[in-house]
Ligand binder design. Structure first.
Ligand code: FE2
Length: 231
C-alpha cells in the first residue's frame, strides 16, 4: 500500500493519502482545504485515481477539502453524520468496510472527542494501520469539551475499541504538535499518560479539568465544515 503522511503546518493536521499500488485507486483521510492544489498535483504525479475522501470527524481547527476534492475528482465523500453535513455523500457506519482497489478499510465508531468521530483500520500484507483522528494522539488524546464531546465515551472508545487492536498496529493520528509522526498501539498502551489512567471516573475528572482555550479557527472552521469546506 502506498501511504503518504501530509502535514498542514497552520493547523498541525496530518492528512493521509493511501493508494492500492496495482489499481492506483486512492483515498484521502482528513484532507485540508488550503492544500488542495498540492493534493491534485500529487494525485497526478503518482498517477492515482481518487476514489474516496473521508473525514474522521467535523474538525474545529481547519477547513476540510472534502467538498473540493469531490468536485475536482468525482471521489465519494464519507462523514460521520451526513444528516448534519449536506454535501457528504455517505454516512460512516460502525463496522462497515470501504474499499479502494484490493484494500479494505474497516470503519470503527470512536466517539468522545466529538460524537461523530470514527477511526479507520487497515490490514494489508503483514502490516496493520489505524488512522485514529483526534481520538488517539501520540502520547495524548483529543479534547472532549466541545462538539458534543464526552470523556466517558472517549474512555470507552480508547479502552474497548482502539486498544483492543493488535499491539503492532501502526497509529497515525489526526494531529501532532511536537513533530511525532507515528506510533503503535503497544507503544501507546505502555507510554501514553492518558491511557495509563485506567479508572474511568479518574479519566473523566482529568479530562473535564484540562481548561484548554478554544482552537483559533473554531468559529470559522465548524460552520465551514458543515458545508464540506465550501460556501
Ligand atoms: Fe478534532
Amino acid at each position: 500500500m502506498l501511504l503518504r503522511q501530509l502535514f498542514d503546518y497552520k493547523s498541525y493536521t496530518y492528512s493521509y493519502l493511501l493508494a492500492d499500488e496495482k489499481s492506483r485507486e486512492a483515498v484521502f483521510i482528513d484532507p485540508v482545504a488550503g492544500q488542495l492544489d498540492y493534493y491534485l498535483q500529487l494525485l497526478n504525479e503518482l498517477n492515482l485515481t481518487l476514489k474516496l475522501a473521508v473525514d474522521t470527524h467535523v474538525h474545529a481547527d481547519h477547513i476540510t477539502a472534502l467538498g473540493a476534492l469531490r468536485e475536482k475528482t468525482g471521489a465519494t465523500t464519507y462523514l460521520g453524520k451526513p444528516g448534519d453535513v449536506a454535501c457528504a455523500d455517505q454516512p460512516l457506519i460502525d463496522g462497515q468496510t470501504l474499499t479502494f482497489g484490493d484494500i479494505k478499510i474497516q470503519v470503527i465508531y470512536t466517539p468522545g472527542h466529538t460524537d461523530d468521530s470514527h477511526s479507520f483500520y487497515i490490514e494489508e500484507a503483514d502490516s496493520r494501520y489505524a488512522f485514529t483522528g483526534d481520538t488517539l494522539l501520540i502520547r495524548g488524546s483529543g479534547r472532549t469539551d466541545f462538539q458534543n464531546g464526552s470523556a466517558a465515551q472517549l474512555y470507552d472508545s480508547l479502552h474497548n475499541k482502539l486498544l483492543t487492536l493488535p499491539e503492532d498496529t501502526q497509529v497515525f493520528p489526526g494531529h501532532d504538535y511536537k513533530g511525532w509522526s507515528t506510533s503503535t498501539i503497544g507503544e501507546e498502551k505502555a507510554h501514553n499518560p492518558r491511557l495509563r489512567i485506567d479508572n474511568k471516573d479518574e479519566f473523566i475528572t482529568f479530562m473535564n479539568n484540562l481548561k484548554l482555550a478554544n482552537p483559533k479557527f473554531m468559529d470559522i472552521a465548524v460552520p465551514a465544515n458543515l458545508g464540506c469546506g465550501q460556501k
